[in-house]
Ligand binder design. Structure first.
Ligand SMILES: Cc1cc2nc3c(=O)[nH]c(=O)nc-3n(C[C@H](O)[C@H](O)[C@H](O)COP(=O)(O)OP(=O)(O)OC[C@H]3O[C@@H](n4cnc5c(N)ncnc54)[C@H](O)[C@@H]3O)c2cc1C
Length: 358
């Protein structure tokens, strides 16, 4: 019998497993997949890593390190640069590093997919999972869903809670030297060094991006889930190719689902025997899709509540009040960032923008 089973070993699950090790018997179900991610650590993520006493290993860093974000409004053709202290990482190495920090007393089952659970008496759950294609089960006192935006645990236990708005994220990888227009400096953006946010309400009510990474570039976008997702992404590709980009032959394509919690009710932390952390709980920025810091933060605060009686549900909810507020406040930025007319007016003022010559 385990005290805690954690489903998913992304930043949230791996961090919780590490923090609970030595305090109780932990089972971590780890279904490894390549994560579709921009690989940007915001200042909040960097602060959280420092709070967890973790120093990023050199191998997890990607080049270049952007000093600013370039906001490119495709409809008004305006460009503005804003100073941001982001860290550019290799997401796959970052995730593997977090798992490598988990002490040996945690039972990590790799290649394992959680399926479902059933209650056994009042204080125990039997969880079922496929381990190397075989169906197995274990008894546990607590279950934690750290299984991201496609969370099985959330859908199984909290079906009555509304899900956050869902977006399909598509990313393609290219060799940087092969895709840039010859005259790219005319756009006012240094695509070799800047993190670029692309805004075009004819394509999506969220945003698209270009991120240079180790002589390569990621071209991606988040588009409301529906049957025209691929078509919208293609439209964006055509628009960019018309102005000289050559986004034709990607060497890697990836897709994933993204939560966008536009109201506080779509955040669900769980209670009693079953808890949610990270994106499974809906903890992700609705304005930027930054989800690594909320994943680390929620894991940290859930671990803090663990005592002889297991997790303390009300303490976890209380600990996360500030984070929920911070995420909720980010929705205030949405009209300015995502409504074309308002965005254009703000960009025209140049308020807080950098004066930048290429
Ligand atoms: C395209 C895109 C770009 C993004 N870019 C950024 C960025 O630049 N910076 C940033 O901070 N955030 C970014 N995000 C958000 C960020 O990736 C997530 O919010 C963050 O990874 C959440 O961490 P997590 O641990 O909660 O979940 P995840 O990282 O999603 O980890 C969940 C894990 O659970 C596993 N899993 C799922 N179901 C099961 C199951 N049934 N059994 C066992 N395992 C299971 C998955 O395989 C995965 O390994 C981006 C998201 C997308 C889609």
């Amino acid at each position: 019998m385990y005290d805690v089973a954690i489903v998913g070993a992304g930043p949230a699950g791996a961090t919780l497993a590490r923090l609970l090790s030595g305090r109780c018997r932990v089972l971590l179900l780890h279904h490894q997949r390549k994560k579709c991610c921009g690989g940007i650590l915001t200042p909040e993520s960097q602060k959280m890593l420092a709070k967890l006493d973790l120093a990023l290993p050199r191998e997890a860093l990607a080049a270049p390190q952007p000093s600013c974000v370039a906001v490119w409004d495709l409809q008004s053709q305006l460009v503005r640069h804003y100073a941001r202290q982001y860290v550019n990482i290799d997401r796959e190495i970052f995730d593997r590093w977090l798992v490598s920090l988990i002490p040996a007393d945690v039972d990590i089952r790799t290649d394992t997919v959680y399926r479902r659970s059933q209650l056994v008496g009042n204080d125990c759950l039997e969880i079922f999972f496929t381990e190397k294609k075989e169906l197995r089960s274990e008894r546990v006192r607590f279950l934690v869903g750290a299984d991201g935006s496609s969370s099985t645990v959330r859908r199984e236990f909290f079906v009555e809670k509304p899900l956050p708005k869902r977006y399909a994220a598509i990313q393609e990888w290219f060799d940087l030297s092969a895709v840039l227009p010859e005259n790219f400096k005319q756009t006012g953006i240094d695509f070799r060094n800047d993190y670029v946010g692309i805004f075009d309400s004819a394509i999506t009510n969220f945003y698209a991006w270009m991120i240079p990474k180790n002589e390569q570039i990621i071209f991606g976008g988040a588009i409301p889930q529906g049957n025209r997702t691929r078509e919208m992404f293609e439209r964006l590709r055509i628009k960019l190719n018309k102005i000289g980009f050559r986004f034709d032959n990607s060497f890697r394509r990836e897709a994933g689902m993204l939560f966008r919690p536009l109201n506080p009710w779509s955040i669900c932390l769980g209670s009693e025997r079953v808890f949610l952390i990270g994106e499974a709980a809906g903890l992700i920025s609705p304005s930027s899709a930054e989800g690594i810091s909320p994943a680390l933060t929620s894991a940290y605060y859930l671990a803090q509540t663990f005592g002889v009686n297991g997790f303390n549900s009300s303490a976890y909810h209380k600990n996360l009040r500030l984070l929920r507020w911070q995420l909720w406040l980010k929705t205030a930025k949405i009209p300015v960032m995502f409504y074309p007319w308002l965005r254009k007016q703000v960009m025209l003022t140049g308020l807080t923008a950098l004066d930048r010559d290429l």
